[in-house]
Design a protein around this ligand. Structure first.
Ligand code: HEM
Length: 496
């Protein structure tokens, strides 16, 4: 028998039993009718083992299926109560526990951590005012700005419906999408640059991508973009390096560093714009394919995140975790960015399907405020917090206290956020300024050469019968980013 070290998380002790609590003399033995006879239906232990095994999986996330998680702490390093009334951010030293999940986007649950892809950066801040979920990415921009297109960008990054081939073998749909949705050029330039394959979960920054709002106790609000800056630095892998690492290399890196006590850290800040600044900025703050220049809108740092605890059980604490951008505590609010508005619905809906109606009762998702379930939602599958005998409607016999909204949400809207229209964004020159600066000014010569190689390699995986069609449209987009870049890519494309 292996002697367990003291405090070993594997050592729970105990007597072997079934879920009913009934003990069983052996985990391996089973009942049969004689030495060589058939297995007996009365063997409740074997039946429980087999039938529970059949139900061990919950549906994997339709996007962001492969990931890693950890627990940690948020600490306020500077009081920003002039901007934001959230208690947590109102006093230096305030802190709260958190759970984070990093993820790739397109791959399935068993896919490689070293994919060229965006990275998810989801955090559940368990504050005294309720859970605040920040569901962010490692790039400051996103592929799209029309919420309808979210489904399509994810379809084209996944398997072809007929051949069942993924991007590594057939990039036709992906580059067809690029050629017909040029607003994605900024994000494509990020993804095919050095940040496209992060070295590990520790070596990436986090960005809200969307504009959110912060408001103070007086009801004064500003637009904000949230930034997480890695204290470990931002580093990436080349495709050659990525091909050599194990599929779980980022999981291993995070787990082992936390086990060793080498706790990764990020500092947290916001770029801000008042409504007047936004009007004069020339930037559509509700368009998430654009960034705000740092020199004009500097980051105000106010917090730190440290990851200092590995989950004890991955399934319970990471797979079953679920994050919803709609979980916002007073002081933090959504903007009218249409992609964000769609997300306010999509995540709790996904959690109800994937984890179940009572997903917020599971320990990893559960709020730690004093009375987390003083509501009238009741029952459903696996209702563990059943609220006992309390009335299930607003009863005058047992009234609840109500906390007034400190700032009515109607005060938080700008004059541009209210008229209903059918909307689809238009492409303009402004869509190519971001990727052009990234390619011509931010990338080094070596990064530019690698970019041309990696883009053309990927484009050469378009199906031969579609190449002419897809290349023409995709090259037209690269030409608007930079003529020389388009020429260089074009020279490396093989038509048949
Ligand atoms: C209309 C746009 C979008 C929709 C409808 C959408 C929907 C979804 C859904 C359904 C999931 C799976 C959730 C689950 O199964 O628990 C997911 C995961 C995720 N999404 Fe989005 N998404 C959108 C855009 C974005 C954007 C713009 C970002 C970042 C700024 C983002 C970041 C993430 C992250 C980080 C996860 C992983 C969450 C986790 O670790 O559980 N998504 N998204």
């Amino acid at each position: 028998m292996v002697k367990q070290a003291q405090g070993d998380p594997h050592d729970m002790g105990g007597v072997y039993s079934m879920a009913s609590g009934i003990s069983v003399p052996s985990a391996n033995a089973f009942q049969r009718a004689g030495e060589r006879g058939p297995v007996l239906l009365q063997d409740a232990h074997l039946i429980e083992l087999l039938s529970h095994f059949n139900r061990e999986r919950i549906p994997e996330r339709v996007v962001h299926a492969k990931g890693s998680g950890a627990h940690g702490t948020f600490t306020c390093t500077d009081d920003i109560s002039d901007l934001c009334m959230t208690d947590l951010f109102s006093k230096k030293g305030n802190s709260c526990p958190l759970t984070i999940r990093f993820s790739t986007v397109g791959g399935e649950a068993g896919s490689t951590d070293a994919a060229r892809d965006s990275r998810g950066f989801s955090i559940k801040l368990k504050t005294q005012e309720g859970n605040m979920d920040w569901v962010f990415l490692n790039s400051p921009v996103f592929f799209i700005r029309d919420p309808t297109k979210f489904v399509f960008i994810n379809h084209v990054a996944k398997r072809d419906p007929r051949s069942h081939l993924g991007l590594a073998d057939d990039s036709t749909m992906f580059w067809d999408f690029f050629g017909t949705n040029p607003e994605a050029a900024h994000q494509f330039t990020y993804i095919f640059g050095s940040r496209g394959i992060p070295k590990s979960w520790r070596h990436l920054n986090g960005y809200s991508c969307h504009t959110y709002k912060m408001y103070n106790k007086k009801g004064e609000w500003v637009f904000v973009q949230v930034h997480f800056k890695s204290a470990q630095g931002v580093e990436g892998l080349t495709e050659e390096e990525a091909a050599k690492v194990s599929p779980d290399h980022a999981q291993r890196d995070l787990f082992e560093n936390i086990e060793k006590g080498n706790f990764p850290k990020w500092k947290i800040g916001v770029q801000t714009m008042t409504e007047e600044q936004a009007e004069k900025s020339g930037i559509n703050v509700l368009d998430m394919t654009k960034t705000w220049p740092y020199d004009k809108y500097p980051i105000r740092w106010f917090g730190e995140m440290e990851l200092n605890e590995n989950p004890c059980n991955y399934f319970a604490e990471v797979e079953q975790s679920a994050f919803s951008p709609a979980n916002m505590v007073p002081g933090f609010a959504s903007s009218a960015d249409p992609v964000l508005q769609a997300r306010l619905f999509a995540y709790a809906d996904a959690a109800r399907y994937r984890v179940g109606a009572n997903w917020q009762q599971l320990p990893v998702n559960k709020a730690m405020v004093q009375y987390p379930y003083m509501n009238f939602a009741r029952d459903g599958a696996h209702a563990v917090d059943n609220q006992g005998a309390r009335p299930n409607y607003p009863s005058s016999l047992y009234p609840l206290d109500y906390k007034p909204d400190p700032v009515p949400y109607t005060k938080l809207y700008s004059k541009h956020e209210s008229e209903a229209v059918m909307s689809l964004s238009e492409i303009s020159d402004a869509d190519f300024a971001g990727p052009k600066t990234l390619y011509t000014k931010v990338f080094s010569d070596e990064e530019r050469q690698r970019f041309v190689k990696d883009v053309s390699n990927s484009m050469n995986k378009v199906r031969p019968d579609c190449k002419k069609h897809v290349f023409t449209r995709a090259l037209a987009v690269w030409k608007r980013v930079d003529e020389t870049l388009a020429q260089q890519i074009s020279q490396k494309l093989v038509l048949n």
